[in-house]
Design a protein around this ligand. Structure first.
Ligand code: NAG
Ligand code: NAG
Length: 271
């Protein structure tokens, strides 16, 4: 079985994310906490620092209507709760109360290795699924990816699909239809635990800034569903990916909003 999984992963590796030395400045710009954000001279690595005075964040230059997004990330080494290290897509405008919006999140809750994924579907979210990862995310860089096309949204960790959110608009479930941009940030949130400030500063590292996506404005999102974009061709996970996803969810998922005791599962939980 181990051999099978290994083979499957090496096949996927070729297909999905290839590391690059893409320049941060070509794809992103600093958004907040500017004196807590450092870009190395080649633009190939960014550090976000969190201390008692501030965290920091950056965002993509453009808004997009579909894409295969990814980044390499290493979360802070020092042990604490309460510090959120993130990589996500959002349709919320900068510096505004987001209100109802679309958002697809990777959020590390503290530095104990638990990552939470969430889907805001033009509403308040609360579609949390958390994973206790099979590696120490503060030790090395790992790739966090989000595919968003007209058929489905897939969250990947190092090529392993860990979560799929299907377009079920035919069943009345909303689906992202507004331009979204990427953000990455470090900040503190009391819902993610208690911060041990004696361990500060907390430093997150990011690399690998290129991604594939279709730039869009509000009235041009539909143009981004064209199959001339390779990431729109995948209408569902293949058999290998489905099996991997099942295995990894069974082994590593630590919280699932779909099974938190509701008598009737939300529509978006039904396969
Ligand atoms: C969702 O799928 C439907 C077909 O079932 C399609 O018409 C629609 O454009 C898709 N929505 C988005 C936002 O891609
Ligand atoms: C890690 O921290 C999160 C947030 O505080 C908590 O929900 C989770 O149970 C912790 N996991 C472990 C394995 O300690």
């Amino acid at each position: 079985m181990g051999f099978l999984i290994f083979n499957a992963i090496s096949i996927l590796l070729v297909v999905l994310f290839t590391n690059s030395n893409a320049d941060f400045n070509q794809y992103y710009y600093p958004l907040w906490g500017l004196n807590h954000l450092t870009v190395d001279p080649q633009g190939t690595e960014v550090q976000l620092l969190m201390d008692t005075s501030s965290g920091a964040g950056f965002r993509s230059k453009w808004e997009y209507g579909s894409g295969l997004f990814h980044i390499r990330m290493k979360i802070p080494e020092r042990k604490t709760g309460g510090i959120v290290t993130s990589f996500y897509l959002t349709s919320a405008p900068d510096y505004q109360n987001p209100g109802n919006h679309f958002e697809l999140d990777f959020e590390f809750l503290g530095t104990n290795g638990t990552v939470q994924t969430n889907v805001y579907d033009n509403d308040g979210g609360h579609r949390e699924q958390s994973f206790k990862l099979w590696f120490n995310p503060s030790q090395d860089f790992h790739t966090y990816g989000i595919l968003w096309n007209p058929h489905h949204i897939v969250f990947y960790v190092d090529e392993i699909p860990i979560r799929e959110f299907n377009n079920k608009t035919v069943r009345g479930v909303d689906y992202p239809s507004m331009p979204m941009h990427i953000e990455a940030s470090i900040w503190n949130a009391n819902w993610a635990g208690v911060v041990d400030w004696s361990q500060a500063p907390f430093i997150a590292h990011y690399q690998d800034f290129n991604f594939y996506a279709c730039p869009a404005r509000r009235n041009t999102v539909s143009l981004c569903s064209s199959v001339k974009y390779f990431w729109n061709k995948q209408t569902e996970l293949n058999a290998v990916q489905k099996r991997l996803m099942q295995q990894y969810r069974k082994l590593y998922m630590s919280y699932d909003y779909c099974s938190k005791g509701a008598t009737r599962k939300p529509d978006d939980c039904i396969a």
